[in-house]
Design a protein around this ligand. Structure first.
Ligand SMILES: C[S@@+](CC[C@H](N)C(=O)[O-])C[C@H]1O[C@@H](n2cnc3c(N)ncnc32)[C@H](O)[C@@H]1O
Length: 293
């Protein structure tokens, strides 16, 4: 790696370990251990020690999980929207979903994430894309957001895994943020059959198990969009390559943390293999059943 690559400098690494990260102990020390472990695991890491390095490792990626195109397709096809439609994007990462949706559908979106650098990035991207008046972003633990955000038309939960608990707890909490006739858009993965999983940080459920959970929560499954396996493979390979390059830079600067970065890459690869072999990635559009009717 050449020193000419201006991204590979102590200064650049420090920029990513900047205002929040140099005080990372202070920022993350206010967050409970459980929440920290789940933030790490939502980004395929199993040690919260990696948290302060994630913005650096993921700096070349904008989309961190779900597909904006799939979400746009499902909304356009199934939901009547207008400029008053309000969307909540929980654990929005760097804002790729929020910004693309707002731009394409001309709607208001509120994005929430717990990683300060991601929110900072999302705000900049909103300005670049001319949607800063429609997209607003906030640093918050979504475990709190589900208690204080109400009356949205649609809530988006894209590739956030078990941050809000079990699937049952998650859907129950998401329901509290939307209107009686509101929608949940969730990017998830179900297991084909209970084969061996390589990245076993989460418990995966079968499609039938998920359908039972929808029923139990009075949610009507409007449409399922399966992710394209070839496209998924391409995206995974691209992402892993980018992350590996950044991990290599970090290992050179912080040789004592080599194992931490190596393990992160291993997890990344294991999860990609699972997504290609054992799991079906899906975006589900669910509607809250209005019990009054
Ligand atoms: C795989 S990324 C998905 C990002 C985005 N939804 C997307 O699909 O591109 C998971 C996100 O969950 C966020 N996250 C994890 N725990 C959180 C929490 N307790 N509160 C808010 N955000 C959280 C992480 O910071 C990360 O941005």
């Amino acid at each position: 790696m050449s020193e000419n690559n201006n991204s590979f400098s102590k200064e650049n690494i420090m920029k990513y370990k900047s205002k929040y990260i140099s005080e990372d102990d202070e920022y993350y020390s206010k967050i409970s251990k459980n929440v920290k472990i789940k933030i790490a695991s939502s980004l395929t890491a199993n040690k919260s020690e990696i948290l302060s390095y994630l913005p650096y490792l993921l700096q070349d990626l904008w989309e961190l999980g779900s597909s904006p195109e799939d979400m746009i397709y499902l909304i356009k096809k199934n939901i009547e929207i207008d400029s008053n439609t309000k969307i909540l994007d929980l654990a929005c990462g760097k804002g790729a979903i929020s910004i693309n949706l707002s731009k394409e559908l001309n709607i208001k979106i509120r994005g929430i994430d717990i990683i300060p650098e991601f929110i900072e990035y999302a705000k900049k991207k909103a300005i670049i894309n001319g949607v800063e008046n429609k997209c607003s972003f906030e640093i918050e633990d979504i475990n709190k957001s589900v208690e204080n955000k109400k009356d949205y038309d649609i809530v988006i939960f894209g590739a956030v895994e078990d941050v809000l608990g079990t699937p049952n707890e998650t859907l129950n909490k998401l329901k509290q943020t939307i209107k009686d006739d509101g929608y949940i858009l969730i990017d998830e993965a179900y297991i084909k059959n209970k084969k061996e999983i390589k990245y076993d940080a989460y418990e995966y459920f079968t499609l039938n198990e998920w359908k039972e959970i929808f029923k139990k929560n009075n949610l009507h499954l409007i449409e399922t969009l399966k992710s394209d396996i070839n496209l998924q493979k391409e995206i995974n390979e691209y992402n892993t390559k980018k992350i590996e390059k950044r991990a290599k830079e970090l290992k050179e600067k912080y040789p004592d943390k080599k194992d931490l970065f190596d393990e992160y890459i291993e997890n990344q690869k294991a999860e990609s293999e699972d997504l290609e072999d054992n799991l079906i990635g899906v975006t589900w559009l669910l509607k809250k059943k209005n019990l009054k009717h």
